[in-house]
Write a protein that binds this ligand. Structure first.
Ligand code: MG
Length: 332
């Protein structure tokens, strides 16, 4: 990398926009955000480490930039918040070329544009080791509309957006050195955060609890159940699967567990009272985004999966875990 740190920050600053809500952006000691009346400021941070969360021989840097924004914005979507600003801190490997830095930043700015988020600040340094990306996002939600994990009640229905398992399937292909279709590459390398859905659920007061699926349905749903002090019964035949995922299932039925345990779907999982069903079905059509009812909340406390025959089912693979995947990779 030949560009000096000051020059790099200057380059980034020239591309960053300042908006009404971001009264101070890059260039001072802090950024400053004006929170609208009756709203709360939500903040979430994620650390992405080369070799743990991504591999540079599997992804291109432009996609990685987009994904770094999307996976963070997804956490705001999970609370029903509108994303507003983002701080980016990167440790760039010393052997990175200017072109590589440019590709990554182009991806970050493409992600920012996609979600209408302003780059408010950050930090850069050179890394003698791997690429390190730390992203902090901030957003607003009306104080009466925030959707937390702990609001699910017995009798609520369990819903999920989009389709499940595509990203996990893509990861299994990458691990076994198989090429990815354009669809699977998009789902894994450039996932879309469901920000508009999250906000609609909040504004219309439709969901009682919500989170985004980063570690897989089984693991993430357990977080929601634990926070709410309830259980759930999930009907496996109701899980939304893409055409590509179904086609692969024909070939290898064992892949089904990826829809339950595969990570990085970045879909929204939420609970809603049964009376909300018609509204949610209408919202799904309006947003052109599948919303699927997959089960219901029980007194619990356990999470149970059922087959179409009413039999209890146990997935054969454990929940997605980045560190597990690292161990897996180090054996390669
Ligand atoms: Mg999350």
């Amino acid at each position: 990398m030949r560009v000096g740190e000051c020059e790099l920050i200057d380059k980034i600053r020239r591309r960053a926009r300042v908006g009404a809500e971001l009264s101070l952006g890059i260039g001072d000691d802090c950024s400053s955000i004006v929170v609208p009346p009756s709203h709360e400021l939500l903040t979430s941070t994620d650390l992405l480490l080369e070799g743990v969360h991504f591999r540079l021989d599997w992804t291109d840097l432009h996609s990685l930039g987009i994904k770094s924004v999307a996976v963070n914005v997804s956490d705001l979507a999970a609370m029903g918040a509108r994303p507003v600003s983002l701080h980016l801190a990167v440790g760039l490997p010393v052997d990175f070329s200017d072109r590589q830095v440019e590709q990554f930043l182009d991806g970050v700015f493409a992600g920012l544009d996609r979600y209408g988020v302003l780059l408010a600040g950050g930090d850069t340094c050179r890394s003698k080791g791997p690429l390190v990306i730390s992203v902090t996002v901030q957003g607003f939600c009306h104080r009466n509309q925030l959707i937390t994990r702990d609001g699910a009640g017995v009798g609520d229905e369990l819903w999920v957006s989009g389709t499940l398992g595509d990203s996990g399937l893509a990861l299994s292909f990458l691990q076994s050195k198989q090429p990815l279709s354009a669809f699977l590459a998009e789902r894994h390398h450039r996932p879309e955060a469901r920000t508009l859905l999250g906000q609609q659920l909040a504004i219309q007061g439709l969901a009682t609890a919500m989170l985004d699926l980063s570690d897989g349905l089984s693991g993430d749903l357990r977080h929601l159940l634990k926070a709410s002090g309830v259980g759930a019964a999930v009907e496996l035949e109701r899980l939304p699967l893409s055409k590509e995922f179904r086609a692969e299932l024909q070939r290898d039925p064992g892949l089904f567990d990826l829809a339950i345990c595969g990570g990085e779907d970045y879909e929204l999982l939420f609970t809603a009272g049964p009376e909300m069903r018609p509204t949610l079905e209408r919202l799904s059509v309006e947003m052109n985004l599948p919303l699927q009812r997959i089960g219901e909340i029980t007194a619990g406390p356990e999470l149970q999966f059922y087959t179409a025959d009413g039999l209890s089912y146990q997935p054969q693979i454990s929940a997605f875990d980045h560190f597990e995947s690292t161990k897996e990779r180090s054996r390669e």
